[in-house]
Design a protein around this ligand. Structure first.
Ligand SMILES: NC(=O)c1ccc[n+]([C@@H]2O[C@H](COP(=O)([O-])OP(=O)(O)OC[C@H]3O[C@@H](n4cnc5c(N)ncnc54)[C@H](OP(=O)(O)O)[C@@H]3O)[C@@H](O)[C@H]2O)c1
Length: 339
């Protein structure tokens, strides 16, 4: 393979980050794999830009930012959308970055299964289909004989899935414990350092764009629970789905509780735990100065192994280029495996 034609499906923060990252790292990808990456289509919720000869990544981002829709891309913009984009152009890999949906996993589920049916590899940052139907989706990739990688779905730029599966593949993973949601970590960190109430910090986090207008998925632990399921399935081989996780968020944590914890040198963190007998997301006390004492929007995870003891990673759980970095790493792995 000397050329890899990609479709970027979903052109928001992450999709645009992928386009920018491909533009920045094309030469590096070629150096590492001998394969030239070409973006042949990019799609948002209702429009796309499609060209078999390749699109200009920077112009895609500019068009989306300035015009709001990819149909405004010069010459190659059109109204083709959804799964139809996968029929409209020849491609090798689908880079999927549509919104996470934990009700019916769409549109990620249909897009991904269709790409597999077409014999294409898929890289995703989406949690919905993995949290609801992990076995079905991974099984479909195996059946189709294609590669499916999803590092960015847990912890954004923080390497956890590939690190655990590949770098420490000699080890059995006994459990994973960590902070898998940056927004709640930010809110709890500021409540701790400033002594302010949850509602005050949440409002400021929304103004800063760190928390969403509807913060439910983050503050009620739903986002972290999705990631818990993905880690359980992919790294511990536990056949679990979203409803198997015990979830409690941070919306009723008081500043008094945080102060009380501080007196004894503890912090309150939203901790996700993945072990054969416990899938849980809940606020927990952690010792100040321990590996769980990371603040701001950072994510962290400690992997407990049989041979290597405990290994901890810390990294940015979100961000346009940051998340794209994990997706490009997945793409590079796919290309290396093909050669
Ligand atoms: N943001 C992060 O830092 C981060 C980190 C890790 C994982 N993720 C995951 O990555 C995914 C994308 O996140 P994001 O922050 O980029 O979201 P976003 O900014 O809301 O962008 C979502 C994009 O998907 C498009 N879209 C919606 N429905 C679609 C459909 N049916 N077909 C094709 N495209 C569709 C939207 O179109 P319009 O532009 O027309 O609205 C938009 O371009 C999510 O699953 C998220 O959970 C995000």
């Amino acid at each position: 393979m000397d050329e890899c034609k990609v479709i970027i499906m979903g052109f928001g923060s992450v999709g645009q980050g992928v386009a920018n990252a491909i533009s920045m790292k094309k030469d590096l990808i070629y150096e590492k794999t001998g394969v030239a990456v070409k973006v042949v289509a990019a799609a948002d919720s209702s429009t796309s830009a499609i060209s078999q000869d390749g699109l200009d990544e920077k112009l895609l981002v500019e068009t989306k930012k300035n015009e709001g829709k990819l149909s405004a891309y010069p010459e190659f913009g059109c109204d083709t959308n959804g799964v139809d984009v996968l029929d409209a152009v020849e491609y090798d890999c689908l880079i999927e970055a549509t919104p996470t949906n934990i009700v019916d996993a769409e549109p990620a589920l249909s897009l991904t299964l269709k790409a597999f049916e077409q014999g294409k590899d898929v890289v995703t940052s989406n949690k919905g289909h993995l949290a609801l139907k992990f076995r079905e989706v991974v099984g479909a990739a195996e059946k189709a004989g294609v590669q499916f990688r999803y590092e960015a779905s847990v912890g954004g730029a923080m390497p956890i899935i590939n690190l655990t599966k590949e770098t420490i593949s000699s080890c059995k993973i006994e459990s994973i414990k960590g902070i898998l949601n940056g927004t709640t970590n930010y809110i709890l960190s500021r409540m701790t350092s400033e002594g302010s109430a949850y509602e005050v910090i949440l409002k400021e986090s929304q103004e800063l764009g760190i928390a969403e207008t509807d913060p439910t998925q983050d503050v009620e632990g739903i986002d972290a629970a999705c990631k818990t399921v993905i880690l359980a399935n992919s790294l511990l081989g536990i056949d679990a789905t979203y409803s198997d996780v015990k979830v409690k968020g941070i919306s009723d944590i008081s500043s008094e509780a945080i102060e009380l914890a501080k007196k004894d040198d503890y912090l309150i963190k939203l901790i996700a735990e993945v072990s054969p007998d416990n899938l849980q997301v809940s606020p927990r006390l952690v010792k100040r100065g321990s590996s769980y004492d990371v603040s701001g929007t950072l994510n962290m995870a400690t992997v407990k192994t049989d041979l290597a003891g405990e290994i901890s990673v810390i990294g940015l759980g979100a961000g346009s280029l940051e998340t794209a970095s994990a997706m490009l790493t997945d793409l590079i792995s796919i290309l290396k495996n093909k050669n």
